[in-house]
Design a protein around this ligand. Structure first.
Ligand SMILES: NC(=O)c1ccc[n+]([C@@H]2O[C@H](COP(=O)([O-])OP(=O)(O)OC[C@H]3O[C@@H](n4cnc5c(N)ncnc54)[C@H](OP(=O)(O)O)[C@@H]3O)[C@@H](O)[C@H]2O)c1
Length: 251
């Protein structure tokens, strides 16, 4: 049976890269984003794969019609095997440009959207008795870095949430995995004016994610190795040392 996938945030960058790989693997896809129905890349792909690519416009911060959205995503192929939460927005901000609206938007998209979807998707997956959930989080969830709080705090919240529900989900035969990866060259990181260590292109990142998902289950997928090792080390060092190191990123 073909794998049925719903990716939220599949219209550009890493998500679009994954969509192309799943289509090559003959999967059946529902692809959502705020502008899925006017995205030229997705519309071109739909012409090539009319039976395997269903576009479902959905803004995760606007959830008043959530039941209709869930029903459409669930019924398109008669169930879902894999739900991939990839929606994310990013803006860095020094303290003297603090903007609470940015915090609200990033919290909605990077965290609360997933919370709402869990509430509405869980009963379907539970009744189906199997499923796989993937949250694309970020290595930035591991430790707060200068100027990044509005982005990374909701990502850290999503990681904490995933840790807390993983066991309950497993009892229902739903496997939850998180992906904490490093810098990938997309429109999201194009705004950065600093050198991004181990920056990857989208194709490399999407292929890496796919190959990691093919391996036997483990809760966390991380890459690239050196950046992961460095950030995990920072997380476990005493604050006196780790905060002295992260302070060096101040401009
Ligand atoms: N690039 C990196 O270095 C990096 C590193 C670690 C983690 N990540 C994470 O990887 C994921 C993909 O990022 P990317 O770099 O590929 O950025 P991207 O090209 O900007 O992709 C973000 C995707 O999320 C969708 N999206 C944004 N807001 C949404 C909303 N409110 N509702 C529904 N969909 C929404 C976008 O589509 P629309 O604009 O059409 O809504 C787009 O499809 C994000 O979660 C990001 O945090 C990225």
């Amino acid at each position: 049976m073909k794998q049925r996938v719903w990716i939220i945030g599949g219209s550009s960058g890493i998500g679009l890269g994954l969509v192309k790989l799943w289509l090559l693997r003959d999967c059946q896809l529902v692809v959502s984003s705020r502008m899925a129905l006017s995205n030229t890349d997705l519309l071109t792909l739909r012409k090539i794969y009319p039976k395997s690519l269903h576009l479902l416009e959905f803004d995760v911060s606007q959830t008043e019609h959530i039941e209709n959205i869930i029903n459409e995503a669930w019924s398109t192929y008669g169930g879902l095997d894999l739900w991939f939460y990839n929606a994310g927005i990013y803006k860095s901000m020094p303290l003297n440009e603090w903007n609470t609206q940015n915090f609200e938007q990033m919290t909605q998209t990077n965290y609360l959207g997933a919370v709402t979807l869990i509430k509405h998707l869980y009963p379907h997956f539970k009744a189906q008795k199997h499923g796989q959930w993937i949250f694309n989080i970020s290595l930035s969830a591991l430790i707060g870095l200068p100027y990044g709080a509005a982005y990374s705090a909701p990502k850290a919240a999503l990681l904490n949430l995933a840790e807390s529900i993983q066991g309950e989900l497993q009892e229902e035969n739903i496997q939850l995995q998180v992906i904490n990866h490093g810098f990938v060259k997309t429109r999201l990181t194009d705004v950065n004016d600093f050198e991004m260590p181990q920056l990857m292109d989208v194709d490399t990142a999407a292929k890496k994610i796919m190959s990691e998902l093919d391996k036997p289950y483990r809760f966390e997928i991380t890459f690239p190795f050196a950046l992961t090792f460095f950030l995990k080390l920072l997380r476990f060092l005493p604050y006196k040392l780790s905060l002295a190191i992260t302070k060096k990123a101040l401009k």
